[in-house]
Write a protein that binds this ligand. Sequence first.
Ligand SMILES: [Zn+2]
Length: 366
Amino acid sequence: MAFDCYCAICGVGFSGMRIGTPSDATAERRRQYVDRISRSLNGTTTADLECRDGEEPIHSYDPSLVDQDNIAWTSQVHCLGMQDDTKGKSRAFLSGPGYYADAGELAVKVGQTARRTYFNCYGFGTDEVPGPVMPFHWCCFEVLLRALTGTTDPKNVNLEALYEAMSSLCNWSGSALRVQYGDDVVRAQGQYWQSLPGAEYTVRHPSTTAISETITANLQTNKKLRAPPAEINLGTRQPKNPFSTLPTELVHQICSLLPGESLKSLTQASLFINLITRDDYFWKRVIATDMPWLEAPESEALRKVVDLDSSSRETPLNYQLVYQWLDEVSKPKFGMDDPVLMAVANRRRIWGVCEEVARAYRSHFT
Ligand SMILES: [Zn+2]
């Protein structure tokens, strides 16, 4: 078994975060390393994820992208476990805060007691708590609660069902769940957490406060998002397409199920799809269904901008362009360097894991 265990929801560690210093001799090597890996990930060279011969590996984050305050959230741990109540019935419990001790062991507060209790993450448990306990950061658990219930109140979730769902994804000898945390996190999940440069976005707090401010600012000032749709002179052409025999509402639904890149390609390849997906209503709905991690369209960001627009002579937002912009800037990517968008990308990455857990959770009720 690995010595470190990782958050069941985001896959990131609870300890061992290292941040370089600006004067550090490794700063230039860190930058070259990030450039080299970015090029290999773009497919221009063979993937070379290891350092070159004779070089010490760089295991520290870029200090211009994260500082100790940014990563403070990673060190506090909570867990979800299951134990028998006084009548011998299995009950799930959420622990209070604690810390990761070592070798897969957590020290957390349970109930009203002041003393800490020790649990084994993902392992075979103890006499008191016979199954695995799932460790996580509280902010990641809030993202999971939102994906499951639309709120962040643990009272709205069936904890026993959630425990069963997470257990079903548990790798008994492992250090995290069997879910898609993303390559940048999987690479860092060694025997101990490795602070790999270029993956700083994975340790940014996934909160939404600054996110909505940045999105509001971009929506207000980015003129490219206000370009009207290109005119299409149909002449006598009548675009025909296999989709054209279906009701528009159904085609809209099919389109809204496609990932961002595929939807963009389809609107470019098919004149018919291009024409019937031109209205803002369609793109607002796609933003709402395809970007739940943004909590749109009710998100504060979009609402604010729409309110401002209605009282100004500004060219209205083109929601197709807004969707494409949001999809692109929020993609979790190696080498990201915008502090706010790094947080958006991390939230989006975590939301993907939450959807996997949510599928297992919902199957419990069917
Ligand atoms: Zn986490």
